[in-house]
Design a protein around this ligand. Structure first.
Ligand code: ADP
Ligand code: TRP
Length: 330
C-alpha cells in the first residue's frame, strides 16, 4: 500500500489508438493505483504537438485517450483526470526550469536521439520535451511517477532540475521517483517485436469482431507442423494469451502445445475469444461514453479545475522564490 499523502502523477501522449502494450504496460497500473493514493493523470497534448501537427487529428486523439481511460475504469471521482493544455501554467514553469537546466543534460537524452533517428523533426520542442515533462511532474509536487522503462531517464532529469532549483531558491519541489510498472515485461506485437504504433504491429484494445480476428490470425508463428510438439515459451500467441489467462488456463494451453496435435490456429482462436471477452465491458462503456461527448468534456474540465488550483499554488511559491510577484498583476 502506498502512503496516503503520496501523490502519484502520470501523463499519456495522445498519439493514436491505444493498444495491448499500452494497456498492460501502463493503463492497467494507472487505474489500479487510483484506489491506493491521490492520483493525477493527464493527456499530454502539449507534448503531442512534437509529432502530431494536425488540429483535427490532435483533438481526435485526445478524445480517444479520454474515452479509453474512462471506459477502462478510470474513475474521475477518485483520480484527477485532465488535459495538459488546460493548465497553461505548466509552460511558465517550463521556462523557469530551463534556466536551471544544463544543455548537456538534454543532449544526453536517449529518447530524443531515438525519435530523431525515426525521422521525427528535430525541433526545439522535441529537444526540450524532458523539461516540459519535468514541469508536469513538479508543478503538482508529485512523489511517484508510474512509467515504463523508456521514461526513467526523464525522471532522472526531473530530479536533477528539481534539485538545482531547490538548492538555488529553497526547498519547493519534492524529488519525484519513477515507479516502474510491475511485470513491466514488453508486450510483443503481432510480429514478435515490442508492440508499438511505430512498428505497425499492434492489437488495438478496442478492436472487435472481424478486424480483431483478422489481426489475431496474422500473428507470426513458426512453421512447426500441427502434429509436432511446440514450445509455448517461444510463441507470441502464447505470450499474449498469458496476459489474459489465469494460471490454470496457461498451464492447460502450455500442455496442449507440448503434446503436439494442436495447430497455432487453434491457439489464436482461444486468444481472440479471450481478448473479446476481457474488454467486452469496457467496450460497452466506451460506446455509451462516446454518445455523450459533453459528459466527457465536463469530466476533463472539472479535472483541470482541480489540477490548475494545485498548479497555481505551486507557481505562486515558485514566482516568489525567484523574486517575482507571487501572482502576475496587470
Ligand atoms: P508506442 O510505442 O505505441 O508509441 P507509447 O510510447 O506511446 O507507445 O507508450 C506509452 C506507454 O505504454 C509506455 O511508456 C509504456 O509504459 C507502455 N507501452 C507501450 N508499448 C508497450 C509494450 N509493447 N509493452 C509494454 N509496455 C508498453
Ligand atoms: N513522456 C511520456 C510518454 O511518452 C508522457 C508524459 C508527459 C509523462 N509528461 C509526463 C509521463 C509526466 C509521466 C509524467 O509516455
Amino acid at each position: 500500500m502506498i502512503q496516503e499523502r503520496k501523490r502519484i502523477l502520470s501523463g499519456v501522449q495522445p498519439s493514436g489508438k491505444l493498444h495491448l502494450g499500452n494497456y498492460f504496460g501502463a493503463i492497467k497500473q494507472h487505474i489500479a493505483l487510483q484506489d491506493e493514493a491521490e492520483c493525477l493523470y493527464f493527456i499530454a497534448d502539449y507534448h503531442a504537438l512534437t509529432t502530431v501537427q494536425d488540429a483535427k487529428q490532435l483533438s481526435e486523439n485526445v478524445q480517444e485517450v479520454a474515452l479509453s481511460y474512462l471506459a477502462l475504469g478510470l474513475d474521475p471521482g477518485k483520480a484527477v483526470f485532465f488535459r495538459q493544455s488546460d493548465v497553461p501554467e505548466v509552460t511558465e514553469l517550463t521556462w523557469i526550469l530551463s534556466t536551471v537546466t544544463n544543455m548537456g543534460l538534454l543532449e544526453r537524452a536517449v529518447s530524443y536521439k531515438e525519435k530523431v533517428e525515426k525521422g521525427i523533426e528535430a525541433s526545439v520542442g522535441l529537444f526540450t520535451y524532458p523539461m516540459l515533462m519535468a514541469s508536469d511532474i513538479l508543478i503538482y509536487r508529485s512523489h511517484l511517477v508510474p512509467v515504463g522503462e523508456d521514461q526513467v531517464q526523464h525522471l532522472e532529469m526531473t530530479r536533477d532540475m528539481a534539485g538545482k532549483f531547490n538548492r538555488a531558491y529553497g526547498h519547493i519541489f519534492p524529488l519525484p521517483e519513477a515507479r516502474l510498472v510491475k511485470h513491466g515485461a514488453k508486450v510483443p506485437g503481432i510480429d514478435g517485436q515490442k508492440m508499438s504504433k511505430s512498428y505497425g504491429n499492434t492489437i488495438e484494445i478496442f478492436a472487435d469482431g472481424k478486424p480483431l480476428r483478422k489481426t489475431v490470425m496474422s500473428i507470426v508463428t513458426d512453421s512447426t507442423p500441427v502434429e509436432a510438439p511446440k514450445d509455448p515459451e517461444r510463441c507470441n500467441v502464447f505470450a499474449l494469451y498469458s496476459l489474459f489467462a489465469n494460471e490454470q488456463e496457461k498451464a492447460e494451453l502450455a500442455g496442449r502445445y507440448r503434446a503436439g496435435g494442436m495447430g497455432y490456429g487453434a491457439a489464436k482462436e482461444m486468444l481472440f475469444e479471450k481478448i473479446q471477452a476481457y474488454f467486452a465491458p469496457a467496450r460497452q462503456r466506451r460506446a455509451q461514453l462516446a454518445q455523450d461527448s459533453s459528459h466527457v468534456e465536463e469530466i476533463l474540465r472539472k479535472g483541470a479545475q482541480r489540477a490548475r488550483a494545485e498548479a497555481q499554488k505551486t507557481m505562486a511559491l515558485v514566482r516568489e522564490a525567484v523574486g517575482m510577484k507571487a501572482k502576475s498583476v496587470v
